[in-house]
Design a binder for this molecule. Structure first.
Ligand code: BGC
Length: 751
């Protein structure tokens, strides 16, 4: 079998250029003369959207009947690496069965604002969580010799003007917030392909961004697959080929391939860039083709069951006053809301799966006694229908408990446009309030892809955030409501009280095409916890039908260097009456320095299952990255020496246990002192040199002849003022000559 390199050597320039774009919407270009086959790619990310006939990139035309797993918004709430891997394996098998070589996902852009129309497809506001879960999903899919396409690379966090907006993000924010999940996908997930985003990043389209596609992705992170464009993301193809965009998708009918060929013939583009792109595409295609197993069975019923089990692991119990949940079989329950019959379980756009079957909550409750149903309101409208409302109120009155299934209709959130507010439709709010008034034992089950305001939160006793749970969401809803599965999801994003509280409220969407990420690293809980901004429910939050206690936080060392690792252990006990799963969350709080940093950041999580009374020890390993921030002088990760607080938390706001760890940073940022350097920015050594040079001048400036308390106060005040003085002022105030200053700087800057 020939290698990709050998095949490239045998190709004409025209053949090579023809491979730089798709054959059609979903295939790479074949070259029959050389036995090179076309390979199919298909969306992603939570199932298989294989279009066998009419094609489009917005999910408008039919695709083959398939299985819709919970969307990423839900899957991330599982905080469960093994689950993501298992779903990935199932998708890999489906691709093998359907002869699809690359599944277009996962989508791991950071949720910068709750308004992004595509948040339902993305995992989290936290880069560590998004990265960890993405790696597991990728490993699952790729264990079946099918590739993933990690998207949308990079800083694609809004749908508004999605094909033209310019994300203006500073270096540190990019490195700390918007890139780490992609970094994990490349370095640890070994993703076969990446998909560049539509937007510009700091002035250049991602599809022709050399730093992004080559310097960072390949040279720094070691990515060895191919980069494809998002559908229609190409602007200057010649520039893109040189920058590292290997495959243009879909086909531009060969238009841009010809432009590339012309550029090579006219000497404007070195042919080596074309060779390199084709070799990368072929190499990935061969990874699949040489291991294609079309005989792989696809048991859709088994995957439907898996989708249901997965959805149950993702549901987040937000409120459970008076232990209103779980419901008991003998209780009369009024199930209210059209979503109970026709669930919203996925979002609109390119990820839209043609589910072979959908199980609603009512389907899952079929045959149960003690259940009544009322529609309550029409999902497609925002108007209250008095008759439907009255019937729902009657049903609620006649029951022991009421469960309102509500959330966001399709039109409220989708690929292609953003939301403008966080409200639920008015008729649904009115329904919840009326039902809660009629029956104090009311529970709300939400199906939505991104946060909603909950003006009704105090009127109801129970709330479950079910997100978009995939086609078997009905099974999961019943299981969680009735306690057949103990809820164990945790919020992968903050649920804010109001849109105005969100970090980028003032700037989200940008001005014209310019979207400035002015909130910097303060995204999601990093903002709310640092600003002490009250929220509806914090990141990481979620209740259970049992309780967990934490004890014995211990560290393998009290002090380490940033080149070492430290092991953190904590004991978790199920102190309730039923089995359950807890998500143990580890956050690191940095020492107070003049660096502007979030109060705490997630650096570890583990989901553990515990029987009543059972205790397990959970271990975490922390390394340099757990403490580092991105230093723009070093252009690298840097650990500031100091005492870090290792915090075991229930969520981003509730710290259960803490321990201090002294970490010594071994990398010194480049240091250069000049006459404008102020005293407080001198390190210890430079300060010593200054003191020596001044030979007592400091004393003169710092004190007078007063004795006792006055002298001490004066000295302190002078010191406080002197901290901000540039070194040149010692000359201005006559304590030094210009020559002294020069010598001083020479000495300070010496290695
Ligand atoms: C989306 C991608 C998707 C592609 C192909 C684009 O509109 O942004 O996520 O993979 O279409 O359907």
């Amino acid at each position: 079998m020939k290698t990709a390199k050998e095949l490239v050597r045998e190709m004409t320039l025209e053949e090579k250029c023809s491979m730089l774009s798709g054959l059609d919407f979903w295939h790479t270009q074949p070259i029959p003369r050389l036995g090179i086959e076309a390979v199919m790619v298909s969306d992603g990310p939570h199932g298989l959207r294989k279009q066998a006939e009419k094609t489009d990139h917005l999910g408008l035309n039919e695709s083959i009947p398939a299985v819709c797993f919970p969307a990423a918004c839900a899957m991330a709430a599982s905080f469960d690496r093994a689950l993501l891997r298992r779903v990935g394996e199932a998708m890999g098998d489906q691709c093998q069965h359907e002869q699809v070589g690359v599944n277009l996902g996962p989508a791991i852009n950071i949720k910068r604002s709750p308004l992004c129309g595509r948040n339902f497809e993305y995992m989290s506001e936290d880069p560590y969580l998004a990265g960890e879960l993405a790696v597991s999903l990728i490993q699952g899919v790729q264990s079946k010799n099918v590739g993933v396409s990690v998207k949308h690379f990079a800083a694609n966090n809004q749908e508004h003007r999605r094909m033209s907006s310019d994300s203006v993000v500073d270096e540190r924010t990019l490195r700390e917030i918007y890139l780490p999940a992609f970094e994990a996908a490349a370095k640890r997930g070994h993703a076969w392909t990446f998909m560049c985003s539509y937007n510009k990043l700091n002035g250049e389209y991602a599809s022709q961004h050399k730093w992004l596609l080559t310097d960072l992705l390949r040279k720094e992170w070691g990515f060895d697959g191919y980069v494809m464009s998002d559908w229609g993301a190409v602007s200057d193809r010649v520039k893109g080929v040189e920058a590292g965009l290997d495959l243009e998708m879909p086909s531009s009918n060969g238009e841009r391939d010809r432009a590339v060929m012309k550029a090579v013939q006219e000497g404007r583009l070195d042919e080596k860039y074309v060779d390199q792109a084709v070799e990368r595409i072929l190499d990935v295609n061969l990874r699949y083709l040489n291991n294609a197993k079309p005989e792989t069975p696809w048991d859709k019923e088994a995957d439907h069951a898996l989708a249901g089990r997965a959805a149950a692991e993702c549901m987040v119990l937000l409120k459970n006053e008076d232990n209103i949940l779980p419901l008991k079989k003998e209780e009369k329950v009024a199930v209210i809301g059209e979503f109970a019959a026709k669930p919203r379980y996925q979002g609109g756009g390119s990820s839209h799966i043609n589910s072979f079957k959908v199980t609603s909550l009512l389907n899952a409750l079929a045959g149960e006694q003690n259940i009544t149903y009322a529609q309550g309101c029409a999902i497609k409208s925002e108007e209250t229908d008095a008759a439907l409302l009255a019937a729902a109120v009657e049903a609620a009155k006649a029951a022991d408990k009421a469960v309102v299934v509500a959330g966001l209709p399709d039109s409220f959130e989708s690929e292609g446009y953003d939301r403008t507010h966080m409200r639920m439709p008015e008729n649904q709010v009115a329904l919840i309030e009326a039902v809660a008034k009629a029956n104090p034992n009311t529970v709300v089950l939400l199906y939505n892809g991104s946060p909603v305001e909950m003006p009704w939160i105090d009127c109801v006793k129970g709330v479950i955030e079910g997100y978009l749970g995939g086609q078997n969401v009905g099974f999961a809803s019943r299981a969680v409501l009735y306690g057949e599965v103990n809820p164990c999801g945790r919020l992968p994003e903050t649920l804010p009280e109001h849109l105005e509280d969100t970090p980028c409220y003032l700037t989200y969407g940008g001005e014209g095409n310019r979207a400035e990420y002015t909130e910097g690293v303060f995204v999601g809980y990093r903002w709310y916890t640092s600003k002490l901004q009250p929220v509806l429910f914090p990141f990481g939050y979620g209740l259970s039908y049992t309780q967990f206690a934490y004890a014995n936080l211990r560290l393998s060392a009290n002090s380490i260097k940033d080149t070492d690792t430290v092991t953190v252990q904590v004991d978790v006990t199920n102190i309730g009456a039923v089995p359950g799963k807890e998500v143990v969350q580890l956050y690191v709080a940095p020492p107070k320095t003049d660096l502007i940093r979030p109060v705490r950041e997630l650096k570890g999580f583990e989901k553990v299952e515990l029987q009543p009374g059972e205790t397990k020890t959970v271990s975490f390993t922390l390394d340099e990255r757990s403490f580092a921030y991105w230093n723009t002088a070093l252009h690298g990760w840097h650990v500031v020496s100091g005492d870090y607080d290792i915090q075991i938390c229930r969520n981003a706001e509730e710290v259960e246990l803490g321990a201090s760890l002294q970490v010594t940073g071994t990398k010194a940022p480049p240091r250069h002192y000049d006459a404008d350097t102020i005293v407080m920015d001198l390190d210890e050594r430079a300060m010593g040199i200054l003191q020596e040079t001044m030979q007592g001048a400091m004393g003169v400036m710092g004190g007078g002849e007063e004795a006792g308390e006055d002298a001490a106060i004066n000295a302190e005040m002078s010191m406080a003022m002197m901290r901000y003085m540039p070194l040149r002022t010692f000359v201005s105030f006559g304590s030094m000559t210009l020559q002294n200053l020069e010598q001083l700087l020479d000495q300070m800057n010496k290695e």
